[in-house]
Design a protein around this ligand. Structure first.
Ligand code: NAG
Length: 282
């Protein structure tokens, strides 16, 4: 409720802003049923009456997914997810941005890799720019992500990408000099669940157990605050004489750096930055 009211108030302020600024476009989305299209899986994408929650399920015939109708050029994207309980080995649950309207491939991903109960979920984050990936980081979470909904967010602006879990930063990717950075094309937001048995769990050694199907992940309370892409032929950047708050972020606060340090120290399993030849952005 709290969330919804602040959302409404904010929309009003934005309308005022838009009146004065003209082309600054931003949205506040609350009703998931009207904000997304079913991408695949038919009625495995299940909407709920309160219109803020949608469940995705996976069985031996299909996974499922939805995509947001609008595409964005930068923004802050939040959604709450409750992951597949118990044995989720082989399944992959996602929330990500993909540059499906562009010429080259950019992607910013949360991927939750299923596990054999009672082991723990692995959260993998990925960044592709200009078709180049290989920037995976993997962490465990500091809570059981199958018990409740937790908030997962991507902040993406011209100078920095930050991944958050319940507002704790788990990764920052800065556009330092010489770093490849996704800033040339719009991105669309997706959420999916699918069978990743060939790689997701223990490098593909543990397959999905269909006796446990359907595998259900629940999404809730999204909040998308971005610069809406107006369609092909339009300029890449939103006009922002009065930039939205998420565009003014350049780095983490001292407190956030501390938290990120804690995450890396306690929960990081795998980091592409730990190479002999350290990538520029690391
Ligand atoms: C992202 O979009 C590209 C096409 O631009 C596609 O090849 C790729 O499979 C998509 N990635 C995901 C995870 O959907």
């Amino acid at each position: 409720m709290q969330n919804m009211f602040s959302c409404l108030r904010w929309t009003n302020e934005l309308m005022l802003l838009m009146f004065f600024v003209g082309s600054l476009i931003s949205v506040c989305l609350g009703d998931i049923r009207s904000d997304v299209n079913v991408l695949f899986g038919g009625d495995r994408v299940k909407f709920f009456k309160e219109r803020r929650r949608v469940d995705l399920s996976l069985d031996q015939y299909s996974g499922s997914g939805f995509e947001f109708k609008k595409s964005f050029i930068f923004g802050k994207f939040d959604i709450e997810i409750k992951l597949v309980p118990k044995n989720s080995a082989g399944s992959v649950t996602t929330f990500y941005l993909n540059s499906t309207h562009g010429t080259s491939h950019d992607e910013i991903d949360f991927e939750f890799l299923g596990h054999l109960h009672p082991l723990r979920y692995i959260l993998q984050t990925k960044i592709f720019t200009n078709g180049v990936g290989g920037r995976e980081q993997r962490i465990h979470l500091w809570f059981d992500p199958t018990k409740d909904h937790h908030k997962y967010s991507i902040l993406w602006n011209p100078q920095v990408i930050i991944f958050y879990v319940d507002d704790t930063p788990i990764r920052i990717y800065k556009r330092n000099r010489g770093v490849l950075y996704p800033n040339m094309q719009p991105m669309t937001l997706y959420a999916t669940i699918w069978d990743g048995s060939d790689w997701a769990t223990d490098g593909g050694k543990v397959k999905i157990d269909w006796k446990e199907a359907p595998f259900v992940a629940s999404y809730n309370s999204h909040n998308v605050d971005g610069c809406v892409w107006a369609g092909s032929g339009t300029k890449t950047y939103c006009n922002s004489k009065s930039p939205p708050w998420w565009k003014k972020i350049w780095t983490l606060s001292a407190d956030e750096w501390k938290k990120l340090g804690w995450v890396k120290k306690k929960f990081m399993i795998d980091d592409y930055c730990d190479k002999k030849k350290r990538p520029l952005e690391c």
